[in-house]
Design a protein around this ligand. Structure first.
Ligand code: 2P0
Length: 347
């Protein structure tokens, strides 16, 4: 099945593809960090995953978009105040996704002004929040009034992890079984955990050397360890859900760290080997392990990039700041502006 057929199936009842030329649709979607990772697809065209996954959204770290119909003869994009070259990979990926929604008799193009509050392409899920914010804006621009699940399915067509960025808090992306992917979408977990903190350790904001899309396919096709990956995920996902329900931080964070380490071990066994770590990444991992030996409950997770995300509870915030001078702290369950300690406000 093609992405355009999925779009048609979802939008067939709607007054689709009739742009409102004087409207500017504004939307925001948070980035998300997987605690149990998505790595490998059962359908590359529809971004249908081999396994389910589970994430936590990053509050006000994400993507803001203002979307309107462009008077130009091509899509125009402003990213963080700078025009994006139409020939760039970013613009091409945007255009391919937006082509799915351009079936009006007369051709039309979009103008998108995007503010990303996280580095783009550096393993901080910028494509997840980017595509999720785009579908939210499209829904407004065309007045579709789709359900969050339908929006999650459309976002998945842009990027798999975008299916989890339609909600705040914990979100499970159920892999589903259907070939059309209509059962493969995010489902939010009804749990609030105000003490949970994420520490972003950003070692570089450069684009990663190999895209996660290429890396996960290479892993699936060549890694001898990939065979066991779905079993790892099933085991880890069950533990992580249990830990969230019981608010058992050590179980949650230890399982998330083990899941990330297993994902990277699996991709390091691919041919050619895929290694996203920089020396600074490994040094930070060593530091986390040493802190745990010293009795501090701090853990990490790592995505398709060199940056690390620390997992810890609010009462260890000062210790984490002492040990990681450049850490950027995100509190997924506190609203912007709520104080998390005496010296710092939530960003
Ligand atoms: C995740 N990652 O669960 C995993 C862990 C990176 C490592 O989802 O090809 O950009 O667009 O579906 O969603 C990054 O992969 O890949 C990702 P596509 P995507 O967050």
């Amino acid at each position: 099945m093609k992405p355009s057929e999925v779009v048609y199936f979802i939008l067939k009842e709607k007054k689709l593809f009739t742009p409102q030329s004087d409207c500017i649709a504004r939307a925001y979607a948070p980035s998300n960090i997987a605690l149990c990772k998505y790595w490998g697809k059962r359908d590359q065209q529809l971004n249908l995953p081999v396994t389910s996954s589970l994430s936590v959204s990053l509050g006000d770290r994400g993507s803001y978009v203002a979307l309107s119909i462009s008077a130009a003869s091509h899509d125009t994009i402003i990213l963080n105040g700078n025009p994006v070259e139409p020939v760039s990979a970013f613009a091409k990926r945007f255009a391919i996704f937006m082509d799915l929604f351009r079936h009006s008799p007369a051709p039309f193009y979009f103008h998108a002004e995007i503010i990303s509050t996280i580095p783009v392409g550096a393993g901080l899920a910028s494509s997840a929040c980017g595509f999720a914010s785009l579908v939210l804006a499209l829904d407004q621009l065309f007045n579709w009034q789709l359900t969050p699940r339908e929006l999650s399915i459309l976002a998945r067509l842009g990027s798999g992890s975008a299916s989890r960025s339609l909600w705040s808090g914990f979100v499970e992306w159920q892999c589903g079984e259907r070939v059309d992917g209509m059962d493969s979408h995010g489902i939010p977990l009804d749990v609030i955990w105000p003490d949970l903190c994420i520490g972003l350790l950003i070692f570089t904001d450069k684009e990663k050397p190999i895209s996660s899309r290429v890396a996960m396919q290479c892993t699936l096709e060549t890694s001898p360890l990939y065979h066991d990956w779905p079993q790892h995920v099933a085991h880890d996902l069950a533990l992580i859900k249990q830990a969230i329900i019981q608010k058992d931080f050590n179980l949650l964070a230890a399982t998330a760290e083990a899941n990330a380490v297993a994902m990277h071990a699996t991709m390091q066994s691919a041919v050619p080997a895929i290694d996203y770590c920089l020396p600074a990444t490994r040094a930070a991992m060593e530091k986390v392990w040493q802190l745990r030996k010293d009795g501090i409950a701090v853990y990490f997770t790592q995505d398709a990039g060199s940056n690390l995300k620390l997992l810890f509870l609010r009462h260890d915030l000062a210790l984490v700041r002492q040990n990681f001078k450049h850490v950027e702290v995100v509190t997924p369950f506190l609203s912007s502006g709520e104080a998390i300690d005496d010296e710092h406000k939530v960003k």
